[in-house]
Design a protein around this ligand. Sequence first.
Ligand SMILES: Nc1ncnc2c1ncn2[C@@H]1O[C@H](COP(=O)(O)OP(=O)(O)OP(=O)(O)O)[C@@H](O)[C@H]1O
Ligand SMILES: [Mg+2]
Length: 153
Amino acid sequence: MNIELKNLKETQLLGAALMASLPKSCLIFLHGQLGAGKTTLVRSILRAAGYQGAVKSPTYTLVEEYNINGQKFFHFDLYRIADPEELEFMGIRDYMKEDAICFIEWAELGEVFLPKPDLIFNVSVQSELRILNMSKKSQKIIKLRWKNNDLLL
Ligand SMILES: Nc1ncnc2c1ncn2[C@@H]1O[C@H](COP(=O)(O)OP(=O)(O)OP(=O)(O)O)[C@@H](O)[C@H]1O
Ligand SMILES: [Mg+2]
């Protein structure tokens, strides 16, 4: 399913809609070119969850962890990993076992060490628009309320 995001405000609204819909434990891969808006979407979801601090891109730290009102989030960015084995060294399996909403930017760079995602988000830029393609890979039912419609992911 494709959703058009005309500006940052719409990305924030979508973040809120996703926050209301995502299962408390799920794995989401985010694809899209540099600067497409992956981190911005994750930030919008964390804001909607009630987080008011800075949401930094985990490009250098590999992962940022958030605990927001009892909900755990992991935000990975694998852009700078030199070898997917780094994921083994950092204990990726333990992260994946936790009850958390887990976002992984540039998951394609570490896919051999990652479990299958529940959702894949692909962000692309078309002139002024961001197009978010969402595809569901698991059985989990996810209903999204967007612009007065109920969308089934
Ligand atoms: N829906 C949107 N409308 C307008 N600008 C946007 C939108 N989403 C993101 N941007 C802008 O795009 C820029 C890059 O976004 P972001 O850092 O989220 O990209 P990214 O996909 O995470 O890149 P990277 O692969 O480098 O991590 C930011 O300046 C952000 O404000
Ligand atoms: Mg990013």
